[in-house]
Ligand binder design. Structure first.
Ligand code: NAD
Ligand code: UDX
Length: 457
């Protein structure tokens, strides 16, 4: 096979790791990643990569300058590419029609227009970003507005990686989904992209569909996953009222092979850049296509998620004698999940803001996300300290609130922590990751999610 040139526009959480793995698995393909953000590109070219993912650094170091290049020269990248992945951000619109729900497609459109401007031959353009169903139609119209008579094939190839396990997910995906036009040219383009993934993904895990199914599948996959978390969290509230134990309930329910054991962990709520945004997008689309009942059904997943973090703070207040004013609270974890420094839509942020409103003083500790936490809470009123050391964070605190399921939190010396805290000492485990009986033995008043609290009074 001849050397292909792949370009990815957008060097973020998706474009960066995805292209690194393609370059790693396809040494005969030249992969270039471009971005308008010069600082991000400089970071990809440095020893301090712009994002943290286990295993990412090794892959990048192996391929960089061999067949993996990061650049800000977007026109050159477009001219040279045979296949262009578009992996720009598609956030929720904050203005105008559809504000707060619809996807903001301005970055996507700008990308399509720069492809039109700089391309000198026809190309395969791959939607990697998560997009509303039927975006490929708009994309095709923009690309074919070129006056050079160039022909483009548009494919949809949504990304299913989860943060914190991105490299593992990319190297060993459950499935790769490729949608294209149902024409001979469309099918040829699909096969071209299949041949890239087939270098390392078993053929039966590469699914090909029409464009619209592929675009919609991405929104649906995230909606179904988030719905599972909201369903479990709703039941965690009922467990707390009835002395049922959420881990026992989901453990037993998940044994049913139709339900399955994964993604049933109660928490303070889901976060991350995708779930809320993609459900809002789905809700907007359902409204747009005249299906208000379907829209309401999915919107409830987000409402339940917001209820869960409010409920958590409500439980903290109730346990701590209805006031946290002036009390120091150690926040263990700020990332939206473990093994990432990403804090986008982190429920920890919402909990912190609610506690600050109650005039609590916060000591925030996170192994990877302190930098982002500072940015997220910039401008928030109240005392906030950011601490690298969890023991320092807990010193003199009335309570610890576990927000992220970092493994390191399980390995701390909780007797030492207890001795350094104000009494009575409270521990609210928003992830159910600690040994609650052992903490109770040490002297903590322990409040898990969806389980009976263990208190000394
Ligand atoms: P991101 O914000 O980390 O990265 C997007 C990058 O695109 C930014 O660096 C931005 O500067 C760049 N960009 C924007 N406009 C540009 C332009 N005109 N030209 C060149 N570069 C431009 O976003 P992300 O998390 O990588 O997500 C990208 C897409 O992938 C989104 O649609 C998202 O929904 C989807 N997605 C994200 C995840 C995830 O876990 N983060 C997983 C699956 C899918
Ligand atoms: C998600 C999808 O999993 C991924 O396929 C898609 O490509 C991007 O969006 P991500 O947001 O990175 O990935 O993380 P994920 O592992 O899905 O977790 C999302 C949120 O749900 C996190 O805040 C996590 O803590 C929470 N969660 C997850 C729970 O509260 N309970 C669970 O059982 C699982």
């Amino acid at each position: 096979m001849s050397m292909k040139n792949i370009l990815c526009i957008g060097a973020g959480y998706v474009g960066g790791p995805t292209m690194a793995v393609i370059a790693d698995r396809c040494p005969d393909i030249k992969v270039t990643v471009v971005d308008i953000n010069e600082r991000r590109i400089a970071a990809w070219n440095s020893d301090e990569l712009p994002i943290y993912e286990p295993g990412l650094e090794e892959v990048v170091k192996r391929c960089r300058s061999r067949n993996l290049f990061y650049s800000t020269d977007i026109p050159k990248g477009i001219r040279e590419a045979d296949i262009i992945f578009v992996s720009v951000n598609t956030p929720t619109k904050t203005f105008g029609a559809g504000a707060g729900k619809a996807a903001d497609l301005q970055y996507l459109e700008k990308t399509a227009r720069s492809i039109v401007e700089h391309a000198e031959n026809g190309k395969i353009v791959v939607e990697k970003s998560t997009l509303p169903v039927r975006t490929a139609q708009a994309m095709s119209r923009i690309l074919h507005s070129n006056t050079k008579n160039l022909k483009f094939q548009i494919l949809s190839n949504p990304e299913f990686l989860a943060e914190g396990t991105a490299i593992r997910d990319l190297e060993n995906p459950d499935r790769v989904l490729i949608g294209g036009m149902e024409t001979p040219e469309g099918e040829a383009a699909i096969e071209e992209l299949v041949s890239v993934y087939a270098r390392w993904v078993p053929r039966e895990r590469i699914i090909t569909t029409n464009l619209w199914s592929s675009e919609l599948t991405k929104l649906v996959s995230n909606a179904l996953l988030a719905q599972r978390v909201s369903s479990v969290n709703s039941i965690s509230a009922l467990c707390e009222r009835t002395e049922a134990n959420i881990d026992e309930v989901t453990g037993a329910a998940g044994k049913d092979s139709r339900i399955g054991p994964k993604f049933l962990k109660a928490s303070i709520g889901f976060g991350g850049s995708c779930f809320k945004k993609d459900i809002l997008n789905l809700v907007y689309l359902c409204g747009h296509y005249g299906l208000p009942e379907v829209a309401d059904y999915w919107e409830q997943v987000i409402r339940m998620n917001e209820f869960q973090s409010r409920r958590f703070v409500g439980n903290m207040l109730a346990a701590m004698f209805n006031t946290v004013a002036d009390k120091r609270i150690a926040i263990f974890g700020f990332a939206f999940k473990a093994d990432t420094g990403d804090t986008r839509e982190s429920p920890a942020c919402s909990v912190c803001l609610q506690l600050l409103e109650e005039h609590a003083r916060l000591n925030i500790h996170d192994p990877k996300a302190l930098g982002n936490a500072k940015l997220d809470l910039e401008g928030a009123t109240g005392e906030i300290n950011y601490l690298e050391d969890p023991y320092e964070a807990a010193e003199g605190a009335h309570a610890i609130a576990v927000m992220t399921e970092w493994k390191s939190f399980r390995e701390l010396d909780y007797r030492r922590i207890f001795d350094s805290m104000e009494k009575p000492a409270f521990l609210f485990d928003g992830r159910n990751i600690l040994d609650h009986a052992a903490l109770y033995e040490i002297g903590f008043n322990v409040y898990p999610i969806g389980k009976k609290a263990l208190t000394h009074f």
